[in-house]
Design a protein around this ligand. Structure first.
Ligand code: MSP
Length: 532
């Protein structure tokens, strides 16, 4: 069990040195991925979700830079074991799979600004720097730790958190984590401990005064309730004899830094920590951290406690998304039920995948089941409401009969469409600000569906030249505004659409949804022609 030492200083201080939002880049992160196995759809989901927010913020405020950090979490027993199984040195093993994650991000149009690997020298410097500071503050001590460790989850469990399963036929007796079902093994060893217990009050204060700091709300509520009870100190090292693949503990090469302690610091390394002149980095604090619901505790308790100790501002918002499942079971390499994202991209094109991930998984609250049939349905929907709309409205049948452009031409059928189009950027923004990507995307889909309906109702290819003209102008305006709003979600198709509409690159930011204009429209462009 954890050792408890008396420590008088209680950390209740509110973090200082906040940087005004206007002077710092907007900073977003994904978790750094374990390169023990090739990426699956769940990983792509974290990447795409963060990319949607990153792109949205760039469009909303083009003069403010966005920093977007992703990468791989390369130390720990899980990687050590996987490398051993493959007969490769851990670094060499990680080189190959880390490259796959980078490739996936690139193929998925994930516009990261930094891909960090925890095996990089700069990261070692950062971790050592933080370790020494915490040590100087008296927040690290050597203790004896006994408990259960899961290599799959890379975390310790107490006796109360595990389940002992008796031998059954062919299956030998084993102990598993109640929460994740992963096998655990007993260990009793000397570890360095971090005085997490000292930070409970400060954390509780932070979360009670910042209700939107963790979303969806259910995670925030759970956290606040968890923080009503004492926190135990945590082990932050393993004996080198057990774990050799990791950052050595400063001044004690017999111990290796615990992989989560190392990994969480990557968010600081990614923005240049330790920053020079002992001042504040231009990027910290991180504005949004996209994580999966399985790693909430690490991000909402462990990392913030370290930040409080270092007197750094806490993360502004943590978005904890639900999981993609396969036949209702969490998709994971250890269960062998994953979907290969590269194959899915090859088959449908990245924008259809992004569309499906965002539309079905963009409320973040509940787990969603991956379905090839549903993906195909969403791919078709996108082509119908967007690709076909563009083809129909720019067809020669309408162009050849429509009246010349004139501000006098109005048609009742298209008034609701014009109103809905005008309101769209603000509506999408309001959903994005409430961290609801699915509803944001749905709002654009609604406008596109309305445009399709108006077109069908007005039959401009058979109606008067005035109706043809009104159809053309209204639908193209709806497409222009939709194209601008679709950029965060399906950047490739949105760019093709805006190109086809002749919208100049200087007129594609969010504000141009209200003020921009069309250029020379190229008719008959087949959107979605490239699959990857
Ligand atoms: N290395 C740690 C994170 C360290 S962050 C300082 C880790 N890596 S992971 O590769 O196991 O998972 C990375 C992310 O992918 C997590 O946010 C996790 O929730 C997410 N997903 C893994 N499987 C997933 C699904 N089946 N569905 C959705 N997201 C999933 O944890």
């Amino acid at each position: 069990m954890f050792c408890h030492f008396m420590f008088s200083k209680v950390f209740t201080r509110v973090p200082r040195r906040w940087v005004s939002t206007s002077s710092k880049p907007w900073y977003i992160t994904t978790p750094i991925f374990y390169p023990n196995a090739i990426p699956h759809i769940g990983h792509l989901y974290s990447l795409v979700t963060a990319d949607i927010f990153a792109r949205y913020h760039t469009l909303k405020n083009p003069s403010r830079p966005v920093c977007f950090v992703t990468g791989t979490d390369e130390h720990g027993l899980k990687i050590q074991k996987a490398a051993l199984d493959k007969g490769l040195p851990p670094k060499e093993f990680c080189d190959g799979i880390s490259q796959q994650f980078r490739k996936l991000a690139n193929e998925a149009d994930v516009d990261f600004t930094k891909f960090i690997r925890t095996s990089e020298e700069a990261h070692y410097t950062s971790v050592e720097h933080i370790w020494r500071q915490l040590d100087r503050l008296g927040l690290i001590y050597k203790g004896s730790y006994s408990g259960w460790y899961s290599i799959t989850d890379e975390c310790f469990y107490t006796e109360g958190q595990v389940l002992h399963i008796a031998e059954d036929g062919n299956t030998p007796a084993r102990t598993i984590s109640k929460e994740t079902g992963a096998t655990v093994e007993y260990s009793s060893e000397t570890n360095y401990m971090f005085r997490l217990s000292e930070f409970r009050e400060a954390l509780l204060k932070h979360y009670t005064s910042n209700p939107n700091s963790v979303v969806p709300q259910s995670h925030h509520a759970h956290l606040v309730s968890l923080l009503q009870s004492p926190l135990e100190d945590i082990s932050i090292s393993r004996p080198r004899s057990r774990l050799s693949w990791g950052i050595p503990v400063p001044n004690d090469s017999e111990h290796t830094v615990y992989v989560w302690f190392d990994a969480l610091i990557s968010y600081l390394t990614g923005i240049g920590y330790p920053w020079p002149d002992s001042g504040m980095s231009k990027g910290w604090p991180v504005d949004m951290q996209v994580i999966g619901k399985d790693i909430v505790r690490f991000h909402t308790i462990y990392l913030p406690a370290v930040l409080l100790a270092l007197e750094l501002p806490l993360q502004r918002q943590i978005l904890a998304h639900a999981h993609w499942t396969s036949s209702q079971k969490k998709m994971s390499k250890s269960l062998g039920n994953t979907t290969d994202p590269f194959q899915a991209i090859q088959e449908f094109g990245i924008d259809s995948i992004r569309y499906y991930l965002a539309k079905v998984g963009g409320r973040f609250q509940d787990d969603v089941d991956w379905s090839h049939v549903q993906l195909a349905k969403h791919d078709k929907e996108l082509q119908t409401i967007l690709g076909n709309l563009f083809m129909r409205i720019t067809s020669p049948a309408i162009a050849s009969r429509m009246a010349p452009a004139s501000s006098d031409i109005h048609n009742e059928t298209f008034v609701p469409l014009l109103i809905a189009s005008k309101a769209l950027p603000s509506l999408v923004s309001s959903h994005m600000d409430r961290v609801n990507v699915a509803d944001a995307l749905e709002a654009v889909v609604d406008v596109l569906k309305l445009a399709n309906k108006c077109l069908t109702d007005a039959v401009p290819w058979k109606s008067s030249p005035e109706v043809a003209r009104a159809s053309y102008d209204s639908c193209l305006e709806a497409l222009r505004i939709s194209g601008i709003c679709l950029q965060p979600f399906i950047p490739r198709v949105a760019a093709e659409l805006l190109d086809a509409l002749g919208v100049s690159s200087a007129e594609r930011s969010w504000n141009h949804g209200h003020t921009g204009s069309l250029g020379n429209v190229v008719s008959g462009v087949r959107l979605f022609r490239s699959k990857s």
